[in-house]
Design a protein around this ligand. Structure first.
Ligand code: TRP
Ligand code: SF4
Length: 404
């Protein structure tokens, strides 16, 4: 429905497959806590997505769901700014996924890079399932359900958003056409009044002939201002404007997370499967212990051996946590053997403790208050479901499924 402004909508999800850690905080959650004040945000726990890879171990999902909800809230995701929900509590996602599956060529899914990559990386799991092949399309359904114009994702997910754009375009092409689309569109233009109608026709002509995006934007703005045409006519004209049928599903774009990459304790990407994480509920002692035992530049055997921060994972932590002065101190002290590695780690330990401690304390409080956490998610799921129901009315109607 073009009556919602998709440009202002954000949707993103996370699979509940394990404890949240600093990688999630820096890669995803901090970004969400900024976006929630700038956009109309929908953030969801992708429990069905977790099943695509953990179908043999579904019991872990329940605990992970509530832990995830707690961690989001503890880290500052704000339920009065964003809608927080669980995917399976909005069963419309399954219906949209099914309907999209009817028109999505198999090759589009086989071509998604993560399909082969993950099958190769998770050798101990049999991922030659129907659900696993289809999971990027389930993701498309998640996104298209909310007409979300913006999807904050990491680089590994960009291909999924790209797929979603293609699916939306194909859907609109196949089902956006009414038998008398052209006539209805022309009729709708007349209803805009002489002046607006002629401006609209000119802008559309310019856009279609020259691809001028400014003309497109102006025409869209003009449509949004129209008071005397119906929402149906307005949608029709959004489609007509771009030379397609009626626009039913909005094409999203990726909002690439510009966050620095959070390394794990061993310098590889932080990930539970590498056993190199600091969790958002980590105790202070444990944080300190883990950082103290982090590997450093192997050249620094003795205190008097100079080192090179570029070869040290601790340096990457300084890049995230330390100010310029501290970083200069590290550069100087490491390369001239003026400081020891433990000394160098001290400011990192302090910074990580300062960051994690309030989250941990908040999470402990929330653990004692599960009723509140669950009601936040229930309310969010109900709110999401209302939006989903509206989308499905349009989708069913477009596909000719509204015989009741
Ligand atoms: N597939 C995403 C991941 O593995 C999670 C996800 C599911 C998602 N649906 C989404 C992310 C929709 C963004 C939008 O991280
Ligand atoms: Fe790494 Fe710091 Fe030791 Fe240099 S001094 S090797 S940057 S921990």
């Amino acid at each position: 429905m073009s009556s919602v402004n998709s440009q202002l909508r954000v949707l993103s999800g996370m699979r509940p497959t394990g404890q949240l850690h600093l990688g999630h905080l820096h890669g995803v959650i901090k970004n969400w806590t900024t976006l929630q004040h700038e956009y109309e945000c929908f953030f969801f726990i992708a429990d069905w997505h977790a099943l695509t890879t953990h179908y043999d171990d579904p019991l872990i999902i329940e605990n992970n769901i509530w832990d995830m909800a707690i961690d989001w809230l503890a880290a500052g995701v704000n339920p009065s700014a964003a809608t927080l929900f669980i995917q399976s509590r909005v069963p419309e996602h399954a219906e949209l996924h099914l309907l999209l599956s009817m028109m999505t060529p198999l090759g589009w899914l086989e071509r998604v890079p993560s399909y082969k990559d993950m099958q190769e990386n998770l050798q101990d799991k049999d991922l030659s399932t129907y659900g696993f092949l289809g999971y990027p399309l389930l993701q498309s359904a998640d996104i298209l359900m909310y007409q979300a114009g913006n999807v904050p994702v990491g680089a590994d997910q960009v291909a999924h958003v790209e797929l979603t754009r293609e699916v939306a375009r194909r859907f609109n092409h196949l089902y956006g056409r009414e038998p008398d689309f052209e006539e209805n569109a022309l009729g709708a233009i007349k209803k805009m009044g002489k002046k607006a109608a002629s401006l609209f026709r000119n802008l559309r002509k310019t856009y279609l002939e020259t691809g001028d995006h400014e003309a497109l934007e102006r025409a869209r703005a003009l449509l949004k201002e129209q008071q005397n045409i119906s929402l149906g006519d307005q949608e029709r004209l959004f489609g007509y404007l771009e030379g397609s049928g009626k626009m039913i599903l909005a094409e999203p774009q990726s909002l690439l997370t510009r966050a620095p990459k959070m390394p794990g304790l061993d310098g590889r990407k932080m990930s539970k499967s590498y056993d190199n994480i600091i969790s958002l509920r980590e105790e202070n002692d444990s944080i300190s212990q883990k950082i103290k035992t982090m590997p450093t530049d192997p050249a620094r055997v003795r205190l008097t051996d100079p080192g090179n921060p570029e070869k040290c994972p601790v340096w990457e932590f300084h890049q995230i946590y330390s100010d310029q002065q501290t970083r200069d101190w590290v550069q100087e002290g490491c390369t001239n053997a003026g400081i020891g590695c433990l000394e160098c780690k001290k400011p990192v330990i302090d910074a990580v403790v300062n960051e994690v401690e309030p989250i941990r304390l908040k999470a402990r409080q929330l653990e004692e208050n599960m009723g509140m956490v669950k009601s936040v998610i229930s309310d969010g799921s109900e709110k999401a479901r209302e939006v989903a129901r509206e989308t499905m009315v349009d989708v069913r109607q477009a596909m000719g499924l509204n015989y009741r």
